[in-house]
Design a protein around this ligand. Structure first.
Ligand SMILES: Nc1ncnc2c1ncn2[C@@H]1O[C@H](COP(=O)(O)OP(=O)(O)OP(=O)(O)O)[C@@H](O)[C@H]1O
Length: 228
């Protein structure tokens, strides 16, 4: 469903992502693993179209990123590592913006927005602007935005960082539920234990190249033997 073919990305003068190819099947949770600076966020931002590709192809359900960018973008939602909110919109207005851009039915939108706000304990912050929210609260707003639509692909960069234990637990449960309903999830996390609990498979990056990939069960065996 998500396909990257020979993707390379240059930032400044440097080649950051080097000839990366992988395919993610529908309904799978895939962990993008690697040390700081390995290129995980760069790959996510390139799928989002925030960085240009130097070469290669990216498609979701056969919709090519270069050929029909708007249809391509409707196939995915992204939770970036750093919350990226608009200072002039309240929490609820952010939800509305997402609801509208993914053409969510009004009644479905209202029900989901309120349920998620309650679950993540920010119901009392719906009319606040980002500057009045803590970093964790801003992250919750961003997370809810991405969870609102039913998209085939979710890209999530360090989803648990900055979330309290309850929120992290709820998010993990929600993501597993989404995957069971057919959403493909590509996530990065340095919390390998959580990754091991959630992911079906992993892709390990090293200096912008795929060093290794396989089933999460194999990764567990390798890490127990101290080989990674
Ligand atoms: N806008 C940019 N311009 C130039 N270089 C960049 C830019 N963004 C990232 N880089 C470089 O690209 C490399 C990969 O960064 P990236 O953020 O993709 O790593 P990461 O695997 O997500 O790391 P982390 O685990 O620390 O989040 C790093 O060497 C970084 O310095």
């Amino acid at each position: 469903m998500l396909m990257l073919k020979n993707v390379s990305v240059k930032l400044g003068m440097e080649l950051i992502v080097k000839d990366v190819s992988f395919t993610l099947p529908a309904g799978n949770i895939v962990g993008l693993i690697g040390h700081n600076g390995a290129g995980k966020s760069t790959i996510m931002k390139t799928i989002m179209g925030w960085h240009d590709k130097a070469q290669g192809k990216i498609s979701i359900n056969d919709i090519d990123q270069d050929r029909s960018f708007i249809s391509f973008k409707k196939q995915l939602a992204y939770i970036p590592e750093e919350p990226f909110l608009l200072p002039e919109l309240t929490s609820y207005q952010h939800f509305q913006l997402y609801g509208q851009s993914y053409q969510l039915d009004e009644a479905v939108f209202t029900r989901r927005a309120n349920q998620l706000a309650e679950l993540f304990e920010i119901s009392d912050k719906l009319n606040e602007y980002p500057e009045a929210l803590s970093k964790g609260m801003r992250q919750k707003v961003q997370t809810i935005c991405a969870l609102l639509p039913d998209v085939p692909l979710l890209l999530i960069d360090e989803p648990f960082m900055g979330l309290d234990v309850h929120a992290a637990h709820h998010l993990q449960t929600l993501l597993i539920e989404k995957a069971n309903n057919g959403t493909t999830i590509l996530l990065t996390s340095h919390q390998l234990e959580r990754m091991e609990q959630m992911a079906d498979s992993y892709i390990m990056l090293h200096d912008g190249e795929i060093a290794e990939q396989g089933a999460m069960g194999d990764f567990r065996l390798l890490s127990r033997r101290g080989e990674t």
